[in-house]
Ligand binder design. Structure first.
Ligand code: GLU
Length: 424
């Protein structure tokens, strides 16, 4: 694969990676859609907000926040809110773009959006975090709404943050609007199955890929980067299915046991100690060694660009299942492809979260709630069908799974765009 010069530099930003992915897929789309491709190369609207809060010590601190609507051709914006010290507008633009593609891949009736605040939430007290969330929600109030744009959790945000967002928005409206965010607590119109949904989807797509490559799940070795909402649930569900989670890496440490880690014990240890360092039943290896641990499945479930040209050559996995958004750079992807490693792309692999977000939103509107079995079965069906369509197209047209996913998604988005036509 030849890469444009803006991709080959040392530090390629996620937005450029997204543009590159769109450029790659454009010539493969129906000719009638070509005039509309530019739609995907720029966000529909982006908002930068100042979020001032009073700290516990009485001082006022300012944080920068963002909400981006990448596309709303197929429905309202949808996508998470990230709190992280490295969040930038261009990162949020890329994440919003990937939401547009992801929502179209699983065919839920949404466009793509994303938001974030550049803040290290570990430095804030609980009440500072609440004030930050409420002020941010108020600042992006003109962008969001249950039929306009529906935020959800992402890195370092959770059901409590969603409850504060829902309450703040509802106060402004003078009524309780549960459908304005998803990933809420169960007591506020949240959905059963939502906390594990992304991890469950990661497992379902991994299993579907493994089936086609004749790799049994029982006894398969799994390596997971990130032990948050996505990484932990993926590891647990893999282990429940009989796989062996042999290495886990998070910001605090990389732990390894070739006989298999006890995922539940690891989770308890992390909850109690706030670090994986010193976890029982495993040894610690270096951050670099993590990438060369022999395994069948590698699940990157942390930040962008973690698999890059420096470590892609070391990856021993047969299948990379992208739990994170944008974890593999285009250069790394080319190296993996050359070495015969199959990549199940983020826009498919981690779409389970937003799929159950959609179920939550539908349940909120109808005020009728489904059982967990029903949710998991519907999730399974949507993910397995999306996988099958992408796999088939990839086989038929000799494409990577990512390119096939983009062909399907971009066609859906741009068909909607074309038939809507231009306003005014
Ligand atoms: N933040 C998740 C993602 O990146 C979920 C988004 C949602 O549920 O709206 O897919």
């Amino acid at each position: 694969m030849s890469l444009p010069s803006y991709i080959s530099s040392e530090n390629v930003g996620p937005w450029h990676i997204f543009l590159h992915q769109v450029d790659q897929v454009a010539p493969l789309l129906e000719k009638s859609l070509w005039p509309w491709v530019e739609t995907l190369r720029r966000p529909k609207r982006s908002l930068i907000v100042d979020v001032p809060i009073r700290l516990e010590n009485g001082e006022v601190a300012h944080f920068e926040g963002y909400r981006v609507h990448h596309n709303t051709s197929r429905g309202p914006g949808k996508g998470g809110i990230r709190y992280h010290q490295d969040v930038t507008l261009s990162e949020v633009m890329a994440l919003a773009g990937w939401m547009t593609i992801k929502n179209a891949v699983v065919n839920v009736p949404y466009g793509g959006a994303k938001g974030g605040i550049r803040v290290d939430p570990r430095t804030l007290s609980l009440s500072e975090l609440e004030r930050l969330t409420r002020r941010f929600t108020s600042e992006i109030g003109s962008m969001i709404g249950p039929d306009k744009d529906i935020p959800a959790p992402d890195m370092n945000t959770n059901a409590q943050v969603m409850a504060w967002m829902m309450d703040t928005y509802s106060m402004g409206e003078g009524r309780t609007v549960t459908g304005v965010v998803t990933g809420k607590p169960l007591s506020l119109g949240g959905s059963l199955g939502r906390p594990d949904a992304t991890g469950r989807g990661v497992f379902v797509t991994a299993r579907e890929a493994a089936k086609r490559l004749a790799i049994p799940i029982a006894g398969a070795r799994v390596v997971v980067q990130g032990f948050g909402n996505v990484g932990e649930a993926s590891a647990r569900i893999f282990a429940e299915a009989g796989a062996k989670v042999v290495a886990v890496q998070d910001v605090s440490a990389t732990v390894y046991n070739p006989a298999g880690l006890d995922v539940a014990a690891l989770r308890r240890f992390l909850q109690e100690n706030k670090t994986l360092k010193g976890a029982p039943g495993c040894s610690e290896i270096s951050r670099e060694e993590f990438w060369s641990v022999p395994c069948e499945f590698l699940v990157p479930a942390a930040l962008e660009s973690q698999i890059n040209r420096h470590n892609a050559g070391q990856v021993q996995a047969r299948i990379v299942v992208e739990g994170a958004n944008g974890p593999t750079t285009p250069e790394a992807e080319a190296i993996l492809a050359e070495r015969g490693v199959v990549v199940v792309p983020d826009v498919l692999a981690n779409a389970g979260g937003v799929t159950v977000s959609y179920f939550e939103w539908v349940q909120d509107f109808s005020s009728f709630f489904w059982s967990e079995d029903e949710i998991n079965q519907r999730l399974e069906r949507i993910m397995a069908e999306a996988f099958a369509a992408i796999w088939q197209l990839a086989e038929d047209r000799k494409l990577s799974l990512r390119t096939a996913a983009f062909v399907i998604a971009c066609s859906r988005v741009l068909e909607a765009r074309a038939i809507r036509g231009l306003y005014p």
